[in-house]
Design a protein around this ligand. Structure first.
Ligand SMILES: [Zn+2]
Length: 360
């Protein structure tokens, strides 16, 4: 079998993209091929994507009520896509529906929530978001919240998962919402493994052994996650793939994000500043897409092929690996796995089968 034949025959699933941010902020129609962003329904088809988790993201900096409101807005924007393009996409909340949609030639859209902020400390809101279709929750983002600590903070609030977080995990287990450990602190990771009665996932993280940043998982964490049946979905953000890039790009990324905020506030006055920040950032050589497969290889070396996949973080990242600039390039991963000697069966597991198993 050629890599293309394998890619066309398997179920391909991306466990994390931030496209709802684009839907809300820019009001774009992803039914068309867009010149901006990384994801639209046309490029998803080109990339052979069968399913994607659209993240309902909220910032740790927002007020609690703002979080719930913005999460509802983000859900509404995904529902608008579903309404507008019923021939191209359908909402999926389990593996069976996703497979049926593929048979009909439609892409399955799943909902994930990035940061439990919209839930406050109210399990009724969790049950409501479950009814809306949310099937995983990344417990926090770059700040400590009511549920647990973040990998990004110096000062920890709970030293792991909070008492409410423990209740939340129990209710998520009961409802069938996956617990996502991406972004959370190491202590919180181990609390989640202790409290969750179901396999847990990291929907978009890499291996700390290959790129030593707190957002990535250590070898021991990967082994413990796998021992409980979980899956690590390797992410594309160059800063998490390659330490050298991470160090060099840090200040350029900060400057770029600052310029973007200024541009959003006043596009006319700040266009030049944004262009310059963009130019400086993109002048830096980016790691190759092969780095993504290096991280996949590393996980397979530790725990075998049943506990790894990919979660792009497209539309949530400012830069992509070279050769993986948007969702239409996804087949390069299958090609690279094939070139490295992976069997069609193992490629099928890695490109979506493993994550789908947890949604059965
Ligand atoms: Zn994220």
């Amino acid at each position: 079998m050629t890599a293309k034949e394998i890619h066309d025959s398997i179920f391909v699933l991306d466990s994390h993209c931030d496209t709802p941010i684009l839907l809300r902020r820019k009001g774009v129609d992803i039914g068309q091929k867009l010149q901006t962003g990384h994801v639209d329904l046309v490029r998803m088809k080109e990339g052979g994507l069968d399913a994607s988790f659209f993240a309902i993201y909220v910032s740790n900096k927002w007020e609690p009520y703002e979080c719930t409101f913005k999460a509802l807005e983000a859900c509404a924007s995904v529902y608008d896509v579903l309404d507008r393009h019923p021939d191209k996409v359908g909402l999926a909340t389990n593996a069976k529906t996703a497979r049926e949609l593929k048979k009909q030639g439609r892409i399955a859209l799943f909902l994930g929530m990035e940061n439990a902020g919209p839930i406050h400390k109210d399990l009724s809101l969790l049950r409501l978001f479950h009814k809306l279709g949310v099937r995983y929750i990344t417990l926090t983002h770059t700040g400590n919240n009511e549920v647990c600590d973040s990998s990004a903070t110096k000062e920890k609030r709970w030293n792991g998962v909070s008492p409410f977080g423990r209740e939340l995990i129990a209710e998520m287990n009961r409802l069938g919402i996956l617990v996502d450990v991406a972004h959370i602190s190491d202590a919180a990771f181990y609390d989640v493994l202790k409290y969750s009665t179901r396999p847990v996932v990291s929907t978009h993280s890499c291996c700390r052994a290959l790129c030593d940043v707190p957002r990535n998982l250590t070898d021991q964490m990967i082994k413990d996650l796998a021992a409980q049946g979980g899956v690590l979905q390797v992410t594309f953000y160059p800063t998490f793939l390659d330490k050298e890039y991470s160090v060099a790009a840090g200040p350029l990324l900060d400057a770029y994000e600052e310029a973007q905020d200024l541009y959003d506030a006043d596009p006319v006055a700040n266009e030049k500043c944004l262009k310059e920040a963009e130019k400086a950032l993109f002048a830096l050589p980016r790691p190759s897409y092969k780095k993504v497969v290096d991280h996949i290889d590393h996980v397979v070396g530790l725990v075998g092929p049943d506990h790894v996949g990919f979660g792009s973080d497209f539309d949530g990242i400012d830069v992509c690996p070279a050769g993986l600039e948007d969702v239409s390039y996804i087949p390069v991963l299958t090609e690279e796995l094939h070139a490295r000697g992976y069997t069609p069966r193992d490629i099928e597991k890695i490109m979506g089968g493993n994550f789908l198993r947890l949604l059965e």
